[in-house]
Design a protein around this ligand. Structure first.
Ligand SMILES: *Cc1c(COP(=O)(O)O)cnc(C)c1O
Length: 344
C-alpha cells in the first residue's frame, strides 16, 4: 500500500541531487572555519536573507534559542504571540536555558496586536524585568501555516525602532510566506534584526537551519552555538544538502506544495460534513474541522491511516494536513476520494 504522509513537512527526504552532491563534498572541521561547504552555505544564506552573516545550526529550535540568548540577559522579558512556536513547542528552552520571562500577546491572525505589544514593553523601573526582544513568526505554525498580516508586522517594526528593542523572526517557513505574499524573503527579513529559516522542512534538507543577522550579533551567536553543542565538525555533507535546499529548484517545489494544499482544501471544503476556512489556507497546511462528521479526530486519523493516509489530530475537532514534496497531486486526488468514502 502506498503511504501518503500529510503529518509534517519535516518528513521530506533528501533529493537524489542532494545525496549525490553530499558525498562529493569536501570536509573540514567547521568549528575552526575549515568546512568549505558550511562556509558556502552560510554565505548563501546571508545573501538570500539580505543579512551580513549567517550560521548553520542543527535545528530550528537551536537557532531560535541562540537568537533569544544572544539578544537578552537572564531575567529579561521577551514579547511574543501566545501560540508562537518558541513558547509552545521548544521545551521551554528560553526559560530553562536563558532564564527568560515570556510576555505573551494574542493574535488569532498570527501577529501579536501591535498596540498590545507597545503596552507590554516595560518602563525603565528597578522593579521590572527589561524588555529586550520581540519574537515574530512567519508562517505561523499553530494557526495552520498562515502568513500574519504584514501591515501589523510593519507597525511592530516601528514600535521596535521607537523603543530600540530588536525583533527576532522565527522564519522556519519564511520561503513559504514569501511565495504566498509574492515578496522576496530578503524584503521580509529586512523588517527584523535576526531570522531563523529551516532547511529541513519543505526545502528538503535532511538536517539543519540557518540563523542570520548582523556581524556583531553573530559574534555572540557563534559562542552560544558552541555552548549548546552546535559545533558539528565535518558538516560538509549536510551543508551540501543545505545549499540545494536554498536553490531555486527547492524553493519552487514549495509552490507545488501550496497548489496541492489548495486543491485539497477546496475539495474538502465542498463536502457538507467538513469545514475548511479557505481564507486561512495560505501555504502548505490545511486545517480541517470535522465537528459534523460524527468522528473524533483520533477516529478520523485512524480511518484514514487504514487507507495509508497519515494526518495529525490537532485539537478538539481539527485534523491537520501538511503538504510537501513527498505528496504528489495524484495523492491529493486519492485522498479526496478516501475522505468522501468515509461518509458514503
Ligand atoms: C519546525 C519549527 C521550528 C523548529 O525547528 P526544528 O528544526 O524542528 O527544531 C521553529 N519554529 C517553527 C515555526 C517551526 O515550525
Amino acid at each position: 500500500m502506498r503511504i501518503i504522509d500529510f503529518r509534517r513537512d519535516t518528513i521530506t527526504l533528501p533529493t537524489l541531487e542532494m545525496v549525490e552532491e553530499a558525498f562529493k563534498a569536501p570536509l573540514g572541521d567547521s568549528v575552526y572555519g575549515e568546512d568549505l561547504k558550511q562556509k558556502e552555505l552560510e554565505h548563501l544564506a546571508a545573501d538570500k536573507l539580505g543579512k551580513e552573516e549567517a550560521i548553520f545550526v542543527p535545528s530550528g529550535t537551536m537557532g531560535n534559542l541562540i537568537a533569544v540568548l544572544s539578544h537578552t540577559r537572564r531575567g529579561d522579558e521577551v514579547i511574543l504571540e501566545e501560540n508562537a512556536h518558541i513558547r509552545t513547542s521548544e521545551t521551554g528552552g528560553a526559560a530553562t536555558v536563558g532564564g527568560i520571562m515570556l510576555k505573551t500577546v494574542r493574535g488569532e491572525d498570527g501577529a501579536p496586536e501591535p498596540q498590545a505589544v507597545k503596552e507590554a514593553i516595560r518602563a525603565d523601573d528597578i522593579h521590572y524585568p527589561r524588555t529586550s526582544l520581540i519574537c515574530l513568526e512567519n508562517t505561523h505554525y499553530r494557526y495552520g501555516g498562515i502568513v500574519p498580516p504584514q501591515d501589523k508586522y510593519k507597525q511592530i517594526r516601528e514600535i521596535s525602532k521607537e523603543y530600540s528593542i530588536p525583533i527576532h523572526l522565527d522564519g522556519a517557513r519564511l520561503f513559504n510566506a514569501s511565495i504566498y505574499l509574492g515578496v522576496e524573503v530578503k524584503t521580509l527579513a529586512s523588517q527584523v534584526d535576526t531570522v531563523m529559516v529551516s532547511l529541513s522542512k519543505g526545502l528538503g534538507a535532511p538536517v539543519g537551519s540557518v540563523l542570520c543577522g548582523s556581524k556583531k550579533f553573530m559574534k555572540e551567536a557563534r559562542r552560544y552555538r558552541k555552548m549548546l553543542g552546535g559545533g558539528m565538525r565535518q558538516t560538509g555533507w549536510l551543508c551540501a544538502c543545505g545549499l540545494i535546499a536554498l536553490s531555486d529548484r527547492s524553493i519552487h517545489q514549495l509552490r507545488e506544495d501550496h497548489a496541492n494544499a489548495s486543491l485539497l482544501a477546496e475539495n474538502l471544503a465542498a463536502l457538507p460534513e467538513i469545514e475548511v476556512d479557505l481564507d486561512r489556507v495560505h501555504t502548505n497546511f490545511v486545517l480541517v474541522k470535522i465537528k459534523h462528521t460524527g468522528y473524533k479526530p483520533s477516529e478520523f486519523v485512524n480511518h484514514l491511516a487504514g487507507e495509508g493516509i497519515l494526518v495529525t489530530a490537532a485539537g478538539k475537532s481539527t485534523v491537520r494536513f501538511v503538504t510537501s514534496k513527498e505528496v504528489q497531486r495524484s495523492d491529493i486526488l486519492f485522498t479526496i476520494d478516501a475522505v468522501k468514502d468515509l461518509f458514503a
